[in-house]
Design a protein around this ligand. Structure first.
Ligand code: PLP
Length: 233
């Protein structure tokens, strides 16, 4: 069995067990996002052949190169990296999802630039990144800021506001991991109620904490190294 196959089976096994332990209903599935940043096209192709369709990238130019190499029309491309405002014009028309919208200005630009012929009628799915552990060096809206920003973001015409994303402070303690994910879930519930929204996506959980994230309701988990091995470059 190939290394890729082994890793893919192992992650899917962990997800299946976590789903069972959390007693989530069948109508709240979890999506495995394969984070392929700093891995070559060949690695993506190998996972594609095993059935994987959702891939996450963090660097715009690198991602655009891979999209050019890809013969597959059914890959769903997610942008999950930090966003400089001069990059939104390349992100808006080329991705299906952006998880890392961390300021109002970026949301405005993504909406304004989602206007090519092919994308005009398909809103860009976005998640708002929340600095859930309140780390000064980390990007993301604070839990206060989000209540004012979202009032405008929800009106932007070419975006579809799908949910929230967070990268909590790393911890090895399951109880601590769960606390941050629970806070994100409750924040989404509050925002949905207050603004009458139907956000349905919690992008949370990585290789070391996917069990805690699934227990707290993750809908997309973002896995890189545990699927692809160490990054190639
Ligand atoms: C790189 C990255 C991941 C995946 O990290 P690994 O440690 O390789 O599993 C997940 N989420 C975000 C936002 C990332 O930048």
């Amino acid at each position: 069995m190939s290394m890729t196959r082994k890793r893919f089976d192992h992650i899917n096994q962990r997800i299946a067990e976590a789903m069972q332990n959390s007693q989530r209903s069948a109508d709240s599935p979890v999506t495995l996002l394969a984070v392929s940043k700093r891995h070559s096209w060949d690695k993506i192709q190998a996972l594609y052949e095993l059935g994987q369709r959702e891939f996450g990238e963090s660097y715009v130019q690198e991602a655009l190169e891979k999209m050019k190499q890809s013969p597959h029309k059914d890959i769903i491309w997610h942008f999950i990296g930090p966003i400089q405002s001069n990059k939104t014009k390349d992100i808006a028309p080329n991705f299906h999802w952006v998880h890392s919208v961390d300021r109002l200005k970026i949301a405005r630009r993504l909406s304004a630039q989602r206007t090519t012929h092919e994308t005009l009628s398909k809103p860009l799915n976005i998640c708002l990144q929340i600095n859930i552990s309140q780390e000064p060096q980390k990007s993301g809206f604070s839990t206060d800021e989000i209540f004012t920003a979202i009032a405008e973001i929800m009106t932007l015409p070419h975006l579809k506001l799908r949910g929230l994303m967070a990268i909590p402070k790393p911890s090895k303690a399951p109880a601590e991991q769960k606390l941050a994910f629970k806070q994100l879930r409750e924040l989404m519930q509050q925002l949905n109620q207050r603004f009458n929204l139907q956000m349905d996506t919690l992008s949370m959980g990585m290789s070391g904490d996917l069990e805690a994230a699934i227990a707290e309701g993750a809908s997309i988990i973002r896995i890189g190294t545990a699927l692809f091995g160490p990054r190639e470059y």
